[in-house]
Design a protein around this ligand. Structure first.
Ligand SMILES: Nc1nc2c(ncn2[C@@H]2O[C@H](COP(=O)(O)OP(=O)(O)OP(=O)(O)O)[C@@H](O)[C@H]2O)c(=O)[nH]1
Length: 698
């Protein structure tokens, strides 16, 4: 990201010079050799060269490689080619640093020109193909072919960069990671590409869908737009329209919302058990019965059956690493007959609009998966053999929420979820039910045309903790979020350059980070200046998490204005009056560092608040999680959850109502007698110690 002072200061030649004579004590070559498990040797003239070494540990092999220094890139290309770098030099591999160009410096017209050019060349953004193989192909032969395939693919992309002068994002270069993808595609009936709703196209790989069909035309693709809780209904509509226009099979989902519903469901059911056992006391019997009726009124029969059955399922669901041998056997189970599925129903494109914009529940999703069940026996010779399980491949960039989606589907924490991109490293199979197996592919970064590296940071693709230069992504945040919203969220005032002095009316990244550093008491050592870099890391993490929310509009001609597209998200009038008042008061106090709001009017006073910005931190916590730290997403746009286009009933209604009222679903149970009185017709009675509701619940 740091721009080089001169183009001579970057590149392979420079890397080699540094390596040979430079400050770098740990030679790049030795480092590269060590990283790749290669052996560094010295020839007769005293020159170092690298040969592939013995097998590396699994975790080393599976490390995601999206960016390489010039020398590392050169060496790994040589290694893939199974040759040394003297020969490789002739292959004219030139390294382009993606951070040399910042499209945000382009004018709107120039940017449109770049997009046009990108669209014309989009077909060349491919994923590497697994070479053909059959039972006679030896392991070594296959390995060599796979390396060659990756090498050809990388050359194609290098050509796109050099000859066509296109700027590409960092992309996955590790053959081991692509091998995982190949295996997942080969075994899946449905390949679900999970993308982040805030910028779906950034995370979508068009060519992956083509590749899935190439492997077997009976396989199906689905674009699962996760984190849809972050979108307004209008935004979902706009995107749905775009996907339909493009013929993309898509559905909206929210792993976070699904998780909250799962929790609400568990709480409701726990309450049911406890209260069901309560009414031994004759005096309280009527009252207890009434409570239980209300609780049950929030559930329907299918929900309850599901609850009772889920414990057994949860035990049966296993998360296991698959050894390659086992996968090979499974692969052979693919039988050569039609996978039956009601085609029209499977396509998001042919659904009614209300259904297209609906955020699916986990039940809906599982149902969708089951539509891809093979209807042929697992043993084609034996018609009585049991049906093969439906295999669902989950593919996507790091951090789009694959693990969260799986957790939500399982309804229990089986896969560790983290806010750090790139956690899942080896694909896992998860037995979701007796009929469905999920294959979770490691998060991988597909090649895409770059806007900037800053964009990748904001999209959560590149980890913030390893960020050396933060002004680019900071500038994006400052451009995208309204100043007033940033000020309200963080309880700070952003000092901007006046328009008459050349300001634009929109704060710069530095201005935002300076204000945040001051409000939180982040200062540099020595002179004690506001620590903008530390501020940027915190603010950028909030952006990636969605606390500072911005959703990209779909492509359109003329383009949709991003700020207008997101306006509704920043309307804090959706917050309850009490919280708005509290927010305003705390914001004021936080900015002034005292309780005296009159200081707000003095432009010269931007004092640092209490030590380490305790007040500011408290404000963040109160603003985002008033439910005492429980996980609920309580944000201005939260009320949108209810705009599903479908009337909710039962416990989902209860959870939604809790969320809409900014009450943690966990707390809702305690308050359920007052808040969630279900309609009379839905109430059902549970008696005595019987945890299961008796009778027929329609
Ligand atoms: N608001 C919101 N956040 C979500 C949702 N799904 C996931 N997240 C958050 O996104 C982050 C990444 O989620 P993960 O499930 O770890 O992502 P992943 O794709 O499995 O990541 P890797 O393991 O790196 O491949 C976490 O902080 C989640 O809490 C969602 O539907 N809504």
């Amino acid at each position: 990201m740091v721009l080089p002072k001169s183009k001579n200061a970057v590149g392979l030649g420079n890397s080699l010079m540094n390596d040979r004579f430079g400050k770098n004590k740990n030679s790049n070559m030795h480092r590269a050799g060590a990283q790749q498990g290669a052996i560094v040797r010295r020839d007769m003239e005293g020159n170092d060269y690298v040969t592939p070494g013995k097998k590396e540990a699994e975790w080393v092999k599976m490390r995601s490689v999206t960016e390489q220094g010039a020398l590392d890139e050169f060496l790994s290309t040589a290694e893939l080619a199974g040759t040394d770098f003297t020969a490789e030099k002739m292959n004219n591999v030139k390294i382009i640093h993606t951070d040399q160009k910042n499209p945000y410096l382009l004018s709107a017209a120039e940017e449109r020109g770049v997009v046009r050019k990108q669209n014309a060349k989009r077909a060349r953004l491919t994923v590497p193909r697994r070479p053909r193989w059959d039972a006679n192909t030896s392991a070594q032969e296959l390995d060599a072919r796979e390396r060659q395939s990756l090498l050809d693919w990388r050359r194609g992309l290098a050509e796109l960069q050099e000859v066509d002068d296109m700027l590409l994002t960092p992309f996955e270069r590790n053959l081991e990671v692509w091998r995982q993808l190949w295996r997942v595609i080969e075994r899946s009936d449905l390949v679900v590409q999970i993308v982040d709703a805030r910028n779906p196209l950034m995370f979508r790989c068009d060519d992956l869908e083509k590749y899935v069909k190439e492997v077997d035309k009976r396989k199906r693709n689905l674009l699962l737009v996760n984190k849809a809780d972050m979108m307004t209904l209008e935004q979902r509509r706009a995107w749905a329209e775009y996907f339909v226009g493009e013929g993309i099979n898509f559905r909206f989902f929210s792993a976070e919302l699904a998780k909250e519903l799962n929790e609400a469901r568990e709480n409701a059911f726990d309450g049911l058990e406890v209260e069901g056992q309560d009414d031994e006391d004759e005096d309280d019997e009527d009252e207890d019965d009434d409570d239980v009726e209300r609780e049950v009124g929030a559930l329907d029969a299918s929900d309850i059956d599901e609850e009772v059955g889920s414990e057994g399922d949860a035990i049966a669901q296993q998360v296991k690493k698959v050894d390659l041998q086992e996968e090979e056997e499974d692969d052979e189970q693919w039988v050569d007959e039609e996978t039956v599925g009601a085609e029209a129903e499977l396509e998001g494109v042919s659904l009614p609009v209300a259904e297209q914009t609906r955020i699916l529940t986990t039940d809906d999703l599982e149902e969708l998966f089951l539509q891809h069940s093979p209807t042929v026996p697992s043993d084609s010779e034996n018609p009585d053999a049991p049906r093969r399980k439906t295999q669902i491949g989950l593919v996507g960039y790091p951090n789009v929420g694959k693990s969260s989606t799986i957790n939500a589907l399982l309804g229990a924490k089986k896969v560790s979820v983290s806010a750090t991109p790139g956690k899942t490293k080896h694909f896992q199979t998860i037995h979701l039910s007796e009929k469905v197996i999920l294959c979770d592919c490691p998060g991988l970064v597909f090649p895409n045309f770059a806007t900037t590296k800053a964009e990748l940071v904001c999209n959560g693709v590149l980890p913030i903790d390893q960020l050396r230069e933060a002004t680019g992504p900071s500038a994006l945040v400052a451009q995208r979020l309204p100043q007033s919203f940033l000020e309200a969220v963080y309880g700070m005032r952003i000092e901007t350059r006046p328009i008459e002095e050349g300001g634009t009316g929109i704060p710069t990244g530095e201005e935002v980070m300076r204000a945040y550093a001051r409000a939180r008491g982040f200062s540099t050592q020595g002179l004690g200046q506001p620590d903008e870099s530390r501020a940027a890391r915190t603010v950028l993490k909030d952006y990636v998490k969605g606390k500072l929310l911005y959703c990209h509009p779909p492509p359109a001609d003329p383009p949709i204005d991003g700020r207008a597209f997101n306006r509704e998200l920043y309307d804090i009038s959706h917050l309850p009056q009490k919280r708005r008042a509290h927010l305003a008061a705390t914001a004021e106090a936080s900015v002034t560092g005292s309780e005296d709001p009159s200081l707000m009017d003095d432009p010269d006073i931007i004092p640092m608040p209490a030590p380490q910005g305790a007040k500011g931190r408290r404000l963040d916590t109160q603003f985002f999680a008033p439910g005492q730290g429980k996980s609920s997403i309580v944000q201005p746009f939260h009320h949108k959850y209810s705009q599903q286009g479908k009337e909710l009933t039962g416990r989902k209604l209860k959870a939604m109502t809790a969320l809409e009222k900014n009450i943690d679903p966990a707390d809702a149970k305690a308050a359920s007698k007052k808040h969630f009185k279900g309609p009379k017709t839905q109430r059902r009675k549970v008696r005595g110690n019987d945890n299961r509701p008796a009778g027929d619940y329609d």
